[in-house]
Design a protein around this ligand. Structure first.
Ligand code: SF4
Length: 403
């Protein structure tokens, strides 16, 4: 498995695979070869089908220093579904350099022509079962295991917490419309104000958590700076947890850093053994993973045991299995924003259920089993429901608009 730092990254929305990954690829391309007067980016797969709504063309043009043509094409000869060609040309319009870039989810990249050291393997263990055996043998906690491999991770997670809090704070202060043809109204601020007037403390907390998730997800939809956790489309789930812990529960920073590390380990296992890309596995891979990570983090913060944390992560993913990705008009708004709000509540309930159920019986489905199931389910979800906006709610909306 790669570094957990590669899972939590700060970047501009609205989509880690459609904005952050192309932006990172363009920056690397310039770093590798220097500036050129002309560029061409040819997008394929979901990048081509929903690239307009996700601002992929805009971010590529903004990042590359020369005059840039962005093409939306369909005949992609590569096996991995989401990718693009990046080309540079000299003054005489003669091709100088070309990359084949794969956007593999959460802003992560693979480049056919270049080995990236951030893709290096950091963790030798391949499953939670292997990790759990090692923990038992060495008498380590989960966070000890993580920091033994990544001693500089706490410092990185400190910056992630600051970025999450800043993102939610901005989202809670903004009003007006989100950009794009959907003319969607921002709702986070009004939601949190309504929560303040709610006299039922349990309901108030639930509303606040949802408002925080809305705030981050709306910031993402606006193309502002957010944190991939594990992706930008699903950024609201962990952001809500972090903001709630910092602002409402005064959780000590070290504890919160450890919780993000623990949640990150489960996200990393999903990334390594299945996928965190909506274009590959549907929304179960994005919001499903975010819920699983937040469930583990929440259980950790509640001082649960390692099996209870694993159980929470399993529940978090299990009840998102089959979740499709069908963003209306290609914008990361419907169903994405609301789904993040529901996601943080699911994570909280998963941690609660894991705590009490573990006193009643041993759970039968392990985290590793559910990850494997998610991968297989993702393979069986039709392409129309994997970030192409050619099925599901996206089609329903288009049809309704015709009448
Ligand atoms: S439906 Fe889920 S996977 Fe698809 S764009 Fe929205 S958040 Fe991402």
């Amino acid at each position: 498995m790669q570094s957990i730092k590669e899972l939590y990254k700060v970047g501009r929305g609205p989509s880690s695979s459609h904005t952050l990954a192309p932006e990172r690829a363009c920056r690397l391309f310039i770093k590798e070869y220097g500036p050129y007067p002309y560029y061409e980016a040819e997008l394929f797969g979901s990048l081509s089908l929903t690239g307009k709504g996700h601002n992929t063309d805009a971010i590529i043009k903004d990042t590359l220093p020369g005059s840039t043509e962005v093409k939306f094409s369909l005949d992609w000869p590569e096996k991995f579904p989401n990718g693009f060609y990046l080309k540079s040309y000299n003054e005489q319009h003669v091709l100088q350099h070309q990359w084949t870039v794969f956007s593999i989810g959460g802003g992560s990249l693979q480049i056919k022509e270049l080995q990236l050291n951030w893709n290096d393997e950091v963790y030798p263990e391949k499953s939670f079962q292997e990790i759990q055996r090692l923990l038992a043998r060495k008498k380590w906690t989960i966070q000890e295991y993580i920091y033994n491999h990544e001693p500089d991770l706490p410092q990185h997670l400190k910056t992630i917490i600051d970025a999450e809090v800043a993102c939610v704070q901005r989202g809670l202060s903004e009003e007006g419309l989100l950009p794009g043809k959907l003319t969607m109204k921002r709702s986070a601020r009004q939601l949190v104000l309504q929560a303040l007037n709610d006299h039922d403390p349990a309901e108030q907390t639930r509303l606040e958590l949802m408002a925080y998730a809305y705030a981050a997800a709306e910031e993402n939809a606006a193309g502002h700076t957010c944190v991939t956790a594990p992706t930008l489309g699903s950024c609201g789930v962990l952001a809500a947890l972090v903001y709630y812990c910092v602002i409402k529960r005064n959780v000590p920073e070290k504890e919160l850093i450890d919780a993000l590390a623990v949640g990150g380990l489960f996200g990393n296992l999903i990334k390594a053994n299945a996928t965190i890309s909506g274009a590959v596995g549907g929304c179960q891979a994005e919001v499903g993973t975010a819920v699983s990570m937040a469930s583990a983090a929440w259980a950790f913060l509640e001082d649960e045991s390692i099996p209870q944390i694993e159980y929470a992560a399993e529940i978090g993913m299990e009840h998102n299995l089959g979740l499709t990705c069908d963003p209306v008009l290609g914008y990361v708004m419907i169903p994405c924003i609301e789904r993040n709000a529901m996601g943080i509540l699911r994570a909280r309930d998963a941690a609660l259920l894991a705590r009490y159920m573990s006193h009643i019986k041993k759970h039968i489905i392990s985290f590793d089993m559910v990850v494997d199931t998610m991968k297989q389910t993702g393979d069986q979800i039709p392409l129309q429901l994997k970030e192409t906006s050619e099925g599901g709610l996206a089609m329903e909306y288009q049809e309704a608009k015709k009448h």
